[in-house]
Design a protein around this ligand. Sequence first.
Ligand code: ATP
Ligand code: MG
Length: 718
Amino acid sequence: MDVSHLLDELNDPQREAVTVDDGHVLVLAGAGSGKTRVLVHRMAWLIQVHHVSPMSLLAVTFTNKAAGEMRGCVGQLLNLRPEGLWIGTFHGICHRLLRMHSAEVGLPDTFQILDSDDQYRLIRRVIRDMELDEGEFPPRQIQGFINHHKDEGRRPDGIECFDHSFQAQQVAIYRQYQDYCERSGLVDFAELLLRTLELLRDNDARRTHYQERFSHILIDEFQDTNTLQYALVRLLSGPQNRLFVVGDDDQSIYGWRGAKVENVSHFDRDFSPQVVRLEQNYRSTETILEAANRVIDHNAERMGKNLWTEGDRGEPIRLFAAWSAEEEAEFVIARIQDWIEQGNKASEVAVLYRSNAQSRLFEQALLREDIPYRVYGGLRFFERAEVKDAMAYLRLMHNVNDDAAFERVVNLPARGIGQRTVALVRDHARANALSLFQAARELVERNAMSARAANAMRVFLTLIHELTETHRDSDLGEALDAAIKRAELQAWYESREPPDRAEARSENLAELVRAADSFDQPFEDEQAGLSPTASFLAQAALEAGEHQGERWEDCVQLMTLHSAKGLEFPLVFMAGMEEGLFPHQKSIEEPGRLAEERRLCYVGMTRAMQQLYITHAESRMLHGQTGISRPSRFLAEIPAELTEDLRPGTKAAPTAVGRAPEPADGLRLGERVRHTRFGSGTVINIEGQGPNARIQVNFESAGSKWLVLAYANLEPGG
Ligand code: ATP
Ligand code: MG
């Protein structure tokens, strides 16, 4: 292949980064400046010019979608089959390593990944088993506690606490939960990283092997790595190999989940890399870029960059204030229709929003207009109840000791196995260090249950046993189909739910069988000796939902701002730009989190290549109440000369339906007020008018309160 061609497509600093000959490299640059492109070209250049074996490269990125695109790009640049390449997310790569070394890290080779929902259920189970009060130890909070400590690399023994303290009890739950996972061969997301870390840390031979094997490690989106991921990078870096790290501090948006933007400066300190800065943006129009730069300027403590473009001035950023969230969705869909009618592709359009629940109105409007779409995130395909039910059968067929799967379907469909029987099985399992399946079998064999319970349990055990035996050598789709039919899942949903719900579930099950049928086992999984079933189960847990909608290639993309990172689209809508929604209510009071919200806004705006619409609704149903919303403060940070206001009644807008209530008593959302008893606070919601008006105020010391405005005697300011 012609090498000059590889470098021709790059500007000077990009070329410099790609061709650095010695030492480590840190590319620090703003959105759309070609960081990902540089990383991909670097891989191609190493292979082509330095004759580095493709198998000696390890490339890590943030999402499976990005990894897939990267794989495709490298394959295309070099005209090689990219299947065997080590390109993936940290989780995906750790999973692969654990599969290869399961015995060394003390995992059964049938180990299963526990997704976040399964993890929650398991933790709730453990809390109940320990006879602790769920009010005092909310499972969601304990889940956060466990994941936080795992993300920081801490096992229960490594957490400091006083005897009998609250912390000590949380640690005890963590320990029980972990025992449970060990017994059932279950690995949660954080555990994937932590186990791999321990393997590399404690096993010198393995560590040296991988340090030598991966001569080059390349990492995209480095600003969103967490403590464990950074520690992994350090362990993988040996005396010989070279790190190539790219990132943008302005796009660090996962601090709330443990990401450490400091890792960028730590990398600079620990590895003394050559630092390359890229300043030319190739993605967006000048207008979009300037607006995004002006918004992010409001954040303090930036590493600071100067982004410019040779691109066109472009069209102004269009702002639209809808009366209601419904009208907002209608407006957006009408603009998408125009776009498609002008001969453009639906897949060039992205609708971005702050929280998953916002997708519903857009989905409904798109369905009504028969425009194909695909939702990333949200309740993803593999997270839907019926899909998880069917998958639980498949998991048991793969590993009868998978306790999470056992719990899920032992009495689904209902077969007369009550809570008491399950509790008996759990106790027996705990007392004898058995899996639930083993414990159930022992109890049945020893006649240690009532005859009715034993009969019911026998039916279940036999079902799993027969399915496993009959389908040991079947195709994946066939096995799954058999499980769904033999377990009579469809009939079960039909007996309990209205026909349309049951039908939707049955469609999803059919879709699942199709997905299993057409499942192409990744080459690297096959090499690692995984069965297709194991691959399929792992993929479902890791990539939840990334396959849905694939039947229509050309569809509108719906996703949260978080999932849009690294992507680009000619036409972008940012919807729901309202105080309390975006910036999110929880972040408004904390400067650090507010700055992260602003970075998220910057990420959203810089996804747009040609056109950007920003919309908000003046009233919206939130938490079951319709409240009046104020436009997001980020809107005010965009200079007016870069925007065009599209108000209802102007040409581009549909006719308005309904009117939002007037603000009560001249008070506005976000305004500061004083109350004689509660002190000062911020108005966060207003409902109703006149004597009925109610107002919600978030008081600094007293928390959030609803007050009847007429009696509240609020004073402005405070
Ligand atoms: P983000 O921060 O959003 O991840 P990025 O810095 O990774 O962005 P890329 O996605 O690599 O940026 O590049 C943005 C766009 O600019 C892509 O469409 C890319 O192909 C294009 N691009 C980058 N560099 C060049 C170049 N030298 N010539 C032409 N196009 C380029
Ligand atoms: Mg990128």
